[in-house]
Design a protein around this ligand. Structure first.
Ligand SMILES: [Cu+2]
Length: 179
């Protein structure tokens, strides 16, 4: 009876039968989330404008905040739901999973997670200052599969990073994925 059930269900059953620790919180493996907060950006930080007298381009506080939620809706694949506010209407925001575990700076955010694992997520489209994305990562390819269980490809502990729609090298918002 269980052979055709999704992997997640199988794991839940195994936990219930075998591991007392799992029983205390049977939902623990079923979802993960990241609170997305704005990043401070320094556009044109390479050099100050000529004649400006400034030490460099002023840092700009980002405006985008929101969340990313990861669930396993029964197929065994992971569904990613992104919801942001403070974005610019009509723009498309690139979003990736980055390697690092903290949003503090570009170094701690790291580069794209286990390339290509953190990539190939559709852009977040902004309409009326609000952006939403619903995306399902099918686990057909081991190189890109996600999980919230398996140490080999567990999303938890990595960062979700949104990039500037006009300059993909600029990071405008970030969140750490937690359970
Ligand atoms: Cu990125």
């Amino acid at each position: 009876m269980f052979v055709n059930r999704p992997i997640a269900t199988g794991i839940s059953i195994a936990c219930g039968l075998l591991f007392a620790a799992c029983e205390s919180n049977p939902q623990a493996d079923e979802s993960a989330t990241a609170r997305i907060d704005p990043l401070v950006t320094t556009p044109g930080a390479v050099a100050p404008a000529a004649g400006s007298g400034a030490a460099g381009a002023p840092a700009t506080a980002g405006s985008i905040s929101g969340s990313a939620t990861f669930t396993i809706p029964g197929s065994g694949n992971i569904r990613m739901l992104v919801s942001i506010t403070g974005c610019t209407t009509g723009k498309q925001y690139p979003i990736h999973i980055h390697e690092g575990g903290s949003c503090e700076n570009a170094m701690t955010q790291g580069g794209h997670w286990d390339i290509p694992r953190g990539e190939a997520i559709p852009n977040v489209s902004c309409v009326n200052g609000v952006g939403t994305l619903t995306y399902t990562r099918t686990n057909a390819d081991a190189k890109t599969a996600w999980s919230i269980h398996n140490p080999a490809n567990n999303l938890v502990g990595h960062t979700v990073v949104l990039h500037d729609p006009d300059d993909g090298t600029v990071r405008v918002a970030c969140g750490v994925i937690t359970r």
